[in-house]
Ligand binder design. Structure first.
Ligand SMILES: Nc1ncnc2c1ncn2[C@@H]1O[C@H](COP(=O)(O)OP(=O)(O)OP(=O)(O)O)[C@@H](O)[C@H]1O
Length: 592
């Protein structure tokens, strides 16, 4: 049997038979807690580890799930399963409101906001008469499933672990999907994702709500496990501990959530026994030691413990490339392409001022289908600003940008992407720990439609095959098919820039915008890039490229727009520009 399948299967089988073995009750209880903690930690993997949004407030959502079922089952005698549904519904509403209020915050404001609402939800529970104040709600019924009572810890164990393992599989599925690639862009590549058509805010809300739902399910299990709820397990301290678990396990890795929850729970319990015995007296000494352990892990293993598990098991589980199962997939939908010679881009007297500085001063030029136009000029001439006005990164002070007859000035970059302009970046923007193929597949975002729920249930495979087929085709087009399974972060700069072009091509653009594509490349890499661009032109692609490197654009472009001090100095064929004394002077910095 394949060892890759044998070990996880053996692990699952052990998990299944464990309660049937004469294992002490204490360990079953521990495992129950680990399963419930791992659920919350999984949410943090998604939210913090992958999405880069730090939350100290997950315990409050655990509380929401726990209190809802506690109230409904004790006061109103409703089934705990109704309590679960109601708890999830309330959590979704509260999470949506909090997300809309806080997720646009950046930097340390978001974690601070999570602390604020964690405290306020907790104090609400602790001070409301009908929630039992600090005593909480007592006498919750045991869960029943198919007529069986789950009052016993060994019986509840199965429910906890089935839910935890299914949730982990769901999150792992999500991360390997169309919405998953968008989510993986949230931590540091939002500008790029927006340029591929992704609404990054929407995905922040999606992972925030998902993480809150996982926490609420954990709270529901916790309430019926303990059969009582009170505010203390849902306070800020626990919120910090959940984050601690996610960090210890490996904050970006699904299975790390289990390692983190396990290590945390076991260390905490052992320390609780050991330290008072060693140090004498009683006290929460374990908190001090756990704090030190956290600092050491952040310093020496910032990616947590899971990467060590992966490294140790690499002998049996060598990284395997994605199975190439898309050869017969149907092609993705394609847009109507412009006719050769059709006016594509009309930049009309665009102007951009920053305070008193006129960075772009009434610049006009046009691009027709099938042309390569270069925008060149010395440092600070206003090329990047013009590029950003066209690509929707900056708003116009005045003037008009029209693309295929429609005004696009002032549109968000993802709307511009939707209309068929696709761009690359001066400083390569990619998801370094995704493969080249997956990075390029992100370009197909707008040509596909599966959402998070379908991805978690693995109902998105047919569309994924279509996306990967397209991504491979674009990589083949630029001569990079051989590197498709490599991690993007491991490539040299030249191939990374080519990968960005393949990603842009995967959007099925009517025009490509390339921002200094040759910057930082070695001579050979520049030659390879020029070859690819010539080939694209040959295939009918239209390209606007901003470049510093005169030589590079000379042999490549049909027309060149030269800028200096924010204004258009001259426009014409490469020969005309090359022969122009004005251009020579601008580049040499002499008077003209
Ligand atoms: N966000 C900004 N705020 C203020 N000034 C800016 C901003 N962006 C650009 N500028 C200024 O606008 C002018 C044009 O800059 P821009 O980056 O467009 O030039 P460039 O031709 O692309 O130069 P380089 O080749 O060095 O990138 C410069 O004087 C620059 O300092």
């Amino acid at each position: 049997m394949d060892i890759r399948k044998a070990i996880p299967a053996a692990g699952l089988a052990l998990l299944f038979v464990l309660p049937l073995l004469p294992v002490p009750e204490f360990w079953i209880t521990q495992l129950n807690y680990i399963g419930m903690f791992a659920l919350v930690s999984l949410g943090l993997v998604l939210l913090t580890g992958v999405g880069g949004l730090t939350s100290f407030g997950q315990a409050a959502f655990v509380g929401l799930g726990a209190y809802t079922t506690a109230l409904l089952s004790t006061r109103y005698g409703l089934s705990p399963w109704l309590g679960l549904a109601a708890g999830l519904a309330i959590t979704v509403v509260v999470a949506l409101v909090l997300a809309l209020l806080t997720l646009r915050m950046s930097g340390h404001y978001l974690p601070l906001a999570t602390i604020a609402w964690a405290l306020s939800l907790n104090y609400t529970a602790a001070n409301m008469e009908f929630l039992g104040k600090y005593d909480g709600v007592l006498g919750l019924p045991a869960l029943q499933l198919f007529g069986l009572s789950l009052a016993d810890g060994r019986a509840l164990y199965y429910l906890i672990w089935v839910i935890a393992v299914l949730a982990a599989i769901g999150v792992a599925n999500l991360l390997d999907s169309r919405p998953g690639r968008a989510i993986r862009a949230l931590n540091g590549a939002t500008t790029m994702a927006e340029a591929m058509g992704v609404s990054t805010f929407r995905y922040k809300v999606v992972i925030f709500v998902l993480a809150a739902m996982l926490a609420a399910v954990s709270g529901w299990l916790f309430a019926h496990f303990q059969r009582t709820v009170n505010p203390s397990p849902f306070g800020l301290k626990m919120g910090i501990e959940y984050l601690f678990m996610a960090v210890v396990g490996g904050v970006g890795t699904v299975w790390g959530a289990f390692v983190g929850a396990g290590v945390f729970k076991i260390i905490e319990d052992q320390l609780k026994e050991l330290l008072p015995a060693l140090l004498g007296g009683s006290g929460n000494y374990e908190i001090i030691v756990l704090g030190i352990v956290l600092v050491l892990i952040i310093k020496y293993a910032p990616k947590g413990l899971w990467p060590y598990v992966v490294a140790a098991s690499a002998r049996w589980f060598p990284a395997r490339p994605r199975t190439r199962d898309w050869a017969d997939a149907a092609p993705l939908a394609a847009r109507d392409k412009p006719q050769p010679g059709e006016l594509l881009l009309d930049v009309d007297k665009v102007r951009k001022t920053f305070g008193g500085l006129v960075a772009v001063n009434d610049v006009s030029f046009q691009i027709r289908a099938g042309e390569i136009v270069g925008l060149i000029g010395p440092n600070g001439a206003g090329k990047s600003t013009t590029f950003n006005l066209v690509s929707g990164v900056l708003s116009l002070t005045s003037g008009r940008v029209t693309f295929r007859g429609q005004p696009v000035g002032g549109l968000a970059s993802r709307e511009i992407a939707r209309r068929g302009m696709s761009r690359t970046f001066q400083h390569v923007k990619m998801i370094a720990d995704m493969t080249v193929l997956e990075n390029v597949a992100l370009g197909g975002y707008l040509r596909s439609g599966n959402g998070a729920a379908r991805a978690m249930l693995r109902l998105d495979r047919e569309e994924e095959r279509r996306l990967f087929k397209e991504a491979e085709a674009q990589l083949t087009r630029i001569g990079m098919a051989a590197q498709m399974h490599e991690l993007a972060g491991n490539l040299a700069l030249g191939p990374q820039r080519l990968m960005e072009i393949a990603r842009a091509l995967c959007t099925d653009p009517a025009m490509l915008l390339l921002d200094e594509p040759a910057a930082g490349l070695r001579f050979k890499e520049k030659q390879a890039l020029a070859e690819v661009l010539r080939q694209l032109k040959h295939e009918g692609m239209s390209i606007l490229l901003v470049e510093h490197d005169m030589e590079f654009v000379m042999g490549l472009t049909d027309r060149i727009v030269v800028m200096e001090f924010g204004t258009k100095l001259i426009e014409g064929t490469p020969e005309l520009v090359q022969a122009s004394p004005q251009v020579m002077a601008a580049y040499l910095g002499t008077e003209h």
